[in-house]
Design a protein around this ligand. Structure first.
Ligand code: EPU
Length: 420
């Protein structure tokens, strides 16, 4: 297993290009299953999760071509095996996103249950209940969801108890080809949900209200082909900005948009950063200063994203003062706290709250990545720690950060990948 070796102490400077959003491209690729015609997706990030969903679509019978640059062409007209096996689903929970499109287009699907994961139990009951309300017969047997629908899905009125990003996406895709109108209440408002809706509308779907908490989908008979460009990754953007803030640096993130991450930018300003925004860039200047600790409570969009909580925990460990992080979206998303403590961080955990007292020094240590964003927080800590930090199990980071060591090295960081 590859490891990252990071020697801390360099203040990050320069420009970095932000990739397409992982959490947009995964549902968009799943959404390609809804049409027989050719779809061209641009600004696709080169990530392990993208490879996984491409494998999944490929073994179902879709034809995928990676053309020059960051473009993928998908033709799902030949899909004849609407199954998602455990071997692929277990490495990526987002594989559940094929369930809605397969049912809507093929009337049947067999999808492995994703199971537990490092950030909490993360069930898929909302996905299953919503599809059942649309007329699907669903059983769970031997770890697999077996779903079928006779005569096609029907529009339904669905209200989520808790906001669910992939739940909203799965039902929105299913509803795109259902008979009649589907209303999703308490829908997720995340930019990636909006991106998926815009993509489906490009193919001829009739979706309205995306970006609000009520989405209305008027089913259509068929979707066409089309070309779509994936939106920038707001979590990747935020991660580089936090890296710059922690190292007292000055960077510009390019090919990204400030309106995707206002709650994050506000916290960076509270931490003492100067932020400027352009049409497609965000700059951060820390003027060599140590950040001030910030208090954060995670929440669905437009609140502070849970996917940036670990990175701000790393920031608070070296900040001036004390900061409190409250994680309200997932039950068990503090695994990184234990690893950060190994580097000398002062973190106390109490249920879903972390109390962090800033410290001017972290010390390098061997640490272990436990999930995607946790790994990012360990890399950030390595950038400011004294000595050389070894981050093990970086396959987690490769799931969601394109070329992280090249991008950080371009900003001046001393980081390399070594094979174990
Ligand atoms: N939940 C249920 N039942 C369900 C679905 C969700 O109880 O059927 C609960 C979850 O356990 C959780 C809450 O609802 O407590 C919200 O989970 P959600 O369904 O929104 O999460 P998700 O759709 O599985 C997506 C992202 C995550 C991101 C969350 C929250 C993708 C592919 N994944 O997950 O991204 O943290 O939304 O914003 O879009 C990451 O990129 O590192 C990542 C984990």
């Amino acid at each position: 297993m590859d490891k990252h070796l990071i020697t801390g102490g360099v203040s990050l400077q320069g420009e970095v290009r932000i990739s397409g959003a992982k959490n947009s491209v995964l549902p968009i690729l799943a959404g390609c299953l809804l049409t027989d015609q050719r779809v061209i997706i641009k600004n696709v990030p080169h990530l392990n999760d993208v490879t996984t969903i491409m494998k999944l679509l490929g073994q179902m019978g879709a034809k995928l071509t990676i053309s020059e640059g960051l473009t993928i062409e998908v033709e799902a007209g030949g899909v004849d095996n609407p199954n998602a096996p455990y071997e692929l689903v277990r490495t990526m929970r987002a594989s559940i996103l094929v369930l809605g499109p397969l049912l809507a287009k093929h009337g049947r699907a067999t999808v492995s249950l994703p199971g537990g994961c490092a950030i909490g139990p993360r069930p898929v009951d909302f996905h299953v209940q919503g599809l059942a309300k649309m007329g699907a017969e669903i059983t769970v047997e031997g770890g697999y969801i077996q779903a079928q629908v006779k005569g096609g899905l029907k529009g339904a009125h669905i209200k989520f108890d808790i906001v669910s990003v992939t739940g909203t996406e799965n039902l929105m895709m299913a509803a795109a080809l259902a008979k009649g109108t589907t209303i999703i209440e308490n829908a997720a408002r995340e930019p990636e949900v909006q991106d998926l809706a815009n993509f489906l509308n490009t193919l001829g779907a009739n979706i309205q209200g995306h970006g609000t908490d009520t989405i209305v989908i008027e089913g259509v008979k068929a979707l066409s082909g089309g070309t779509y460009t994936v939106l920038p990754d707001r979590v990747e953007t935020g991660t580089y900005l936090v890296a710059a803030a922690m190292t007292g640096g000055r960077i510009v993130t390019k090919s990204t948009k400030g309106n995707l991450l206002e709650a994050v930018l506000q916290k960076l300003e509270e931490a003492g950063a100067d932020i400027s925004l352009g049409e497609d860039w965000i700059s951060l200047d820390m003027r060599g200063n140590r950040p001030k600790a910030v208090d954060i409570q995670t929440a669905p969009f437009p609140g502070f994203p849970t996917d940036m909580q670990a990175q701000f925990m790393a920031l608070n460990t070296i900040a001036i003062g004390k900061g409190t992080l409250v994680e309200t979206v997932f039950e068990n998303r503090f695994m990184h706290a234990h690893e950060l403590r190994r580097m000398g961080a002062n973190i106390q955990l109490n249920g879903n709250t972390a109390f962090i007292e800033g410290n001017s020094n972290l010390n390098a240590a061997p640490v272990m990545a436990t999930d995607l964003r946790a790994s990012a927080s360990l890399v950030l800590a390595g950038l400011v720690a004294k000595g050389t930090t070894i981050v093990d199990r970086i396959y987690h980071i490769d799931r969601g950060y394109e070329c992280i060591e090249e991008k950080l090295a371009q900003l001046g960081a001393i980081i390399k990948r070594v094979a174990a």
